[in-house]
Design a protein around this ligand. Structure first.
Ligand SMILES: [Zn+2]
Length: 273
């Protein structure tokens, strides 16, 4: 019992009657948001009284910076987290709350990525012999029973499907497009792959393929896409899951396409996005 009394006596002055402000201060090391250097000096204040800092690392290109939650969205680490969270199917609102930034900042960072997205796996196609490649074309979320749940953006009358051409042998994603009509989608994929000299397509019996492919380039149903080895399914399974989740929160086609596109660019094409 006497132990409790002793602890009370020690704690109470600190908790209830701090002698001055300093008792409650917490010290956080100020780091440069760009180079992470701790060689920082104060450099005046902004018009609204926020402390301004200057990085003294001579190799760092940044000028002065502010350390304030209102500016969290400008930190490179936070920008990376915005993308990482989106690629793990966090909605715009979830990402904003977790990172303590505005939804506008989340949307702005995602939009910035749009211009850098690539539709074709150029690195793979340049390093592989087109004669050894056979293209299979798939729609993400092919499983019919899932269609009703996810295949729309904003409302059910607005389906948005991801189609991807994969190398039949390796399961590598070669190119992707978004679209609804098989003919249009197929012609787009074909145009994307043509510069790489691809000549063989393994498909099902959809009319689009038969209409747009020379019979000698086309082997309908000859080798079913399901026969691709199990180990190659992981990425496509992840894409399908993301497509499903992304559509649930996505209010705009643009955001939907950017998030899925980023995922394919990073995980299927191996690009640094
Ligand atoms: Zn710096």
């Amino acid at each position: 019992m006497w132990r409790w009394t002793e602890i009370d006596a020690t704690l109470s002055p600190l908790l209830t009657a701090p002698r001055n402000k300093e008792c409650l201060m917490t010290f956080i090391a100020v780091r440069c948001p760009h180079c992470q250097s701790e060689q920082i000096v104060k450099r005046g204040k902004t018009g609204c009284g926020t402390q301004r800092y200057l990085c003294q690392n001579t190799t760092c290109a940044t000028g002065s910076f502010l350390l304030d939650y209102r500016y969290l969205g400008r930190l490179p680490a936070v920008k990376h987290q915005i993308i990482d969270m989106s690629l793990n199917a966090s909605g715009v609102g979830d990402t904003a709350r977790v990172l303590r930034i505005s939804t506008d900042t989340v949307l702005r960072e995602l939009r910035k990525k749009e211009a850098a997205l690539e539709s074709v796996n150029t690195a793979f196609l340049r390093t592989h012999n087109p004669d050894d490649m056979a293209v299979a074309i798939e729609r993400a979320g092919e499983d019919a029973e899932m269609d009703e749940m996810w295949s729309f953006v904003g409302n059910k009358g607005n389906p948005r499907w991801l189609w991807h051409a994969i190398d039949h042998q390796t399961g590598a994603v070669l190119a992707y497009v978004f679209g609804r009509r098989k003919d249009a989608v197929f012609l787009q994929l074909k145009a994307l792959l043509e510069p790489f000299g691809l000549t063989r397509f393994y498909t099902d019996h959809w009319g689009a393929y038969e209409r747009h492919l020379d019979p000698d380039m086309h082997s309908p149903g000859k080798r079913n896409t399901q026969k691709i080895e199990r180990k190659h399914l992981t990425l496509r399974t992840r894409i399908k899951r993301l497509v499903r989740k992304t559509i649930c929160f996505s209010k705009s086609i643009q955001m939907h396409d950017i998030v899925i596109g980023l995922f394919v660019n990073r995980y299927a094409f191996g690009l640094l996005v």
